[in-house]
Design a binder for this molecule. Structure first.
Ligand code: AMP
Ligand code: GLY
Length: 421
């Protein structure tokens, strides 16, 4: 039995708000802190103005708070080794080491691990010169898939039929991965691991493009839903066997064991499941819908990963309900967003739509009495329902109450899946 767990969450997005919301509902959690957080997280956790990328400062804060568990949300602090600094201070941490987080931090490293583990993925070339780029583009043909090797918040990838645009993106990066185009729907499947045992969560689907009908540029994600009524019921077992467990085993074999959240971005192609990418942390916005369905209290699950005791954890319990989240983004996102605009309607959602719909904050901050926008993705409006149709209706009813000048959101999140279910 756990009791009186003090948790510190690192990050300031809607993912961290979703994590904090779940932890705040967990009876085992006695204190909840977040750094740096945002205006919404402040309602469930005590905020601390610490730089998420500063491992020494995060470890110091965790020590001062006598935290029993630190949860590192975003990729940048993980890649910067923040989890290593926390663990070195003797504090359990949910999240991989900086070395293991290279699975997300370097597409070339991820490809190498997949090759070693025999994990199915797109064929690819790593290129550093224009001549190599031209050769790779020619080898695969259109549509061209060109990926910046480093971290790019989901915006470093260009998928295009236009050879000149593919070349231009490739030559603007120091090192690129050019790969075969994968057809078929995308699925995000998360697994919690302690480096040995792997526990899959429920699959979700993300909407990466900015506009309805999957038009416009790639973003960090404009909405998500779970479950996936169209997916093969055996999908999770198959991905566990062909992707998740082999990848965790391979990283351990290489001496870079991976603990924390392993995120497989998958394409369900006509030739079978292929990995598009790995991430080393919870996805945003998929986490909002996956955690909305998780009934097992969260802290014990994250602690079991941090402490290496996942094998002892009872099976996770899930709600049969559906969940949908719709991202409300600033004017001009994913370009340089306009910020500082007041957000209205938050109290109305809390008064009229809770508990079925609620607003998770991403780029928000307090400005006196007002809550104002402070980033590209501003809010993640989340709802549950008996099926996707009801969850969508509830999410969009809540979105309609929100006022934010110039804001944008997609109107088709989960529409196709709800219609076909
Ligand atoms: P990534 O950052 O690798 O997840 O790529 C962002 C998005 O680009 C993915 O979610 C896909 O929509 C698209 N994408 C990436 N790689 C491929 C590929 N090989 N074939 C088709 N689409 C891709
Ligand atoms: N939703 C995509 C990501 O978290 O990378």
């Amino acid at each position: 039995m756990l009791a009186g767990v003090k948790v510190l969450v690192i990050g300031n997005g809607a993912r961290e708000h979703a994590l904090c919301r779940s932890l705040s509902l967990d009876p085992d959690v006695s204190a909840l802190h977040c750094a740096p957080g945002n205006a919404g997280i402040a309602e469930v956790a005590e905020l601390h103005p610490v730089d998420a990328l500063d491992g020494a400062a995060v470890a110091r804060l965790a020590g001062e708070l006598a935290a029993d568990l630190v949860v590192v949300g975003p990729e940048a602090p993980l890649v910067a080794g923040v989890a290593d600094a926390v663990r070195a201070a003797g504090i359990p941490c949910f999240g991989p080491s900086g070395e293991a987080a290279q699975l997300e931090g370097s597409k070339a490293f991820a490809k190498d691990v997949m090759a070693g583990a025999g994990v199915p993925t797109a064929r690819s070339y790593v290129c550093t010169t224009p001549a190599e780029v031209d050769e790779a583009l020619d080898a695969f043909g259109a549509p061209y898939v060109v990926k910046d090797d480093g971290l790019a918040a989901g915006k470093g990838v260009v998928v295009t039929d236009d050879l000149e645009a593919a070349r231009a993106h490739a030559n603007a990066c120091d090192r690129v991965v050019i790969e075969e185009f994968l057809d078929g729907p995308e699925v995000s499947l998360f697994a919690i691991t302690d480096g040995v045992t792997v526990v899959p969560l429920k699959p979700a689907q993300d909407f990466k493009r900015a506009h309805d009908g999957d038009a416009g540029p790639n973003t960090g994600g404009m909405g998500a839903y779970s479950p996936l009524p169209w997916a093969d019921p055996k999908l999770v077992d198959e991905v566990m066997e062909t992707v998740l467990q082999p990848t965790v085993d391979e990283l351990r074999r290489r001496g870079t064991p991976f603990s924390g959240l392993l995120y497989a971005g998958l394409a369900i192609t006509s030739r079978g499941v292929r990995v598009i990418e790995f991430n080393a942390r919870f996805g945003d916005p998929e986490t909002q819908v996956v955690l909305a369905r998780l009934k097992t209290p969260l802290a014990g699950v994250l602690l079991a990963s941090a402490n290496g005791t996942l094998a002892d954890l009872p099976p996770l319990r899930w709600s049969d309900e559906a969940a949908v989240t719709v991202v409300v983004a600033s004017y001009n996102y994913p370009g340089t967003p306009r910020t500082g605009d007041p957000i209205t309607g938050l109290d109305e959602v809390a008064a009229q739509d809770a508990p079925y719909a609620y607003v998770l904050h991403a780029g928000t901050k307090r400005d006196g009495d007002a809550v104002v926008s402070a980033g590209g993705r501003v809010l993640s409006v989340t709802a549950t329902g008996s099926d996707l149709t009801q969850a969508r209706e509830r999410a969009y009813t809540a979105v309609a109450r929100i006022g934010l000048d110039g804001s944008q959101h997609r109107t088709d999140i989960a529409a196709k899946a709800a219609a076909e279910a």
